[in-house]
Design a protein around this ligand. Sequence first.
Ligand code: PMP
Length: 298
Amino acid sequence: MSTPPLDDRDGVIWYDGRFVPWRDAQLHVLSHGLHYGGGVFEGERVYDGRVFKLTEHTERLHASARELGFQIPYSVEELDRATLELVARQGIRDGYVRPVAWRGSEQISVAGARASVHVALATWEWPHVFSEDAASLGIRLATSRWRRPAPDTAPVRAKAASLYNICTLARDAADEAGYDDALLLDYRGHVAEATGANLFLVSDGILYTPTPDCFLSGITRGTVLDLAADLGIEVVERHILPGELGDFEECFLTGTAYEVQPVRSIDAHEYRIGKTTRALSEAYTRLVHAPADAATGV
Ligand code: PMP
């Protein structure tokens, strides 16, 4: 059975402070967010009915909006409360939450200051990012011709909708070539990240990850770095060149949606799912299912 499109489902969406019927959560075609990319969003994961690191995500939504020069008209506390009420109303146990904020339709102009700001929250049952096989055997990446931009070219610290054009182009090209995802280099040619996840590599039991100076330093990335410290795994954060990719034995991606996702290959370089990847993946699964307050962030 195919899943219904996202605009044709039952339930409610939180929209500018009210719960509205799912199909009524619409916006005007002349919205700044649509024409000029005035929009930011989040992706959150619900485990056992709890939102993992909710407050961190809501704070990042606020920070992303500030990077784009607008203010979200609801406090972090208000959005956290609305999210929890929405998840409860929708009866989501294992799912996804998509908060989004965008500039409205007061004028058709690149200028954004006069545009109103709108916010919506939606949640639905968890969609798997990759097939079960790909998830357990590791996914295959191809290096994209698209690159992460320089910090003076784009608001690289924001989870901004406009930055995802690059990811969509890279992901579609990877899909078309028969890969699971793309690896993007940055504007200098350093290894950066995948289209929706951060990258880790392992050599001799040491964990390496690129310095996030021009791409999102993910919340999952931070969680995995904390888990590595707990497990006594040495971590090196540094610039990594594509020519080094053959020097590592293990590779994985991290992201709210990807979780800890093993990588089987990048171009012609092959990796195995080794001890370090397994240990971190298991520790991550334990943490997200832990009933502790630390897992909810609220
Ligand atoms: N990079 C990009 C481009 C992403 O879209 C994501 C997903 N939000 C990440 C990294 C990982 O971030 P997080 O762990 O906070 O989900």
